[in-house]
Design a protein around this ligand. Sequence first.
Ligand code: COA
Length: 278
Amino acid sequence: MSETSPHGTVAYDIVDNVAWVKFNRPEKRNCMSPTLNREMMDLLDALEFRDDVGVLVLSGEGTSWSAGMDLKEYFRENEAKGLGATRGAQREAYGWWRRLRWYQKPTIAMVNGWCFGGGYGPLFGCDLAFAADEATFGLSEINWGILPGGGATKVAVELLPFRKAMYHAMMGENIDGKTAAEWGLVNESIPLAGLKDRVAAVAAVLLQKNPVALKATKDAVRRVGEMTYDNAEDYLIRAQEAANSFDSEGRKEGIKQFIDDKTYKPGLGAYDKNRKAD
Ligand code: COA
């Protein structure tokens, strides 16, 4: 039985150190209302540093991952209240997507159905993404008369080659999960029936890794894209040295288990992070 947020717009279960978080407005195809955005931020806050959460998976209840922003509650009703309300709603939405991009724990988008427009924000916010073959992706903004905002244009340009990004944004045509994987919007596409098992298997692998190293790695992958080679080289030295102060022994144990104990090979899997140095 899932736990739900006070207004029920998000739901979650924690099973074997994985937080399975869901957009929970299936009757509205999980479109993102201001209430949902607020409740999602609260939930991310509550889960981020829990010891029983090692990986967070974001999926959707029902037939949808997320049908993007709520055209009624997020756009029309806020516009009627004035610029302050619009800016406030934008801050709340963009805020939790930003939180996801820099989340302490590894995050996985499990795209089970519709994924439109504003949904590209949390899609990109997650470190990894797995889609059902049956999922549908689209920048539908052009179909109702706006540009792909809320970062969606940026996400398309970050993840897709220029011609594909332009076509995707201008045409308002949808693609399925397989095409999303071919284009690089998601890591893989799997038949819906096997999606959760595949994501659970990926999460189980991540749970074996050193968590300090994972956080340093995911941040590094996002940061270095904007740096010159020399700046990246320097950043990576500093980032590893900073990580060492949070976890002074992990990498030494990793070396020891390979070189001295010969209990594993780093080329073939992770060291046992639960075994401590003698
Ligand atoms: N904003 C507000 N309401 C939405 C919504 C959105 N983005 N997406 C779905 N809904 C609502 C519908 O208005 C409908 O409400 P109702 O039951 O009160 O009439 C309900 O959710 C179910 O939607 P419906 O269109 O009947 O479902 P469907 O399964 O036939 O179609 C979609 C699913 C996703 C194709 C369709 O709902 C859609 O095109 N949604 C908008 C997608 C979009 O452009 N998003 C980008 C926003 S930036």
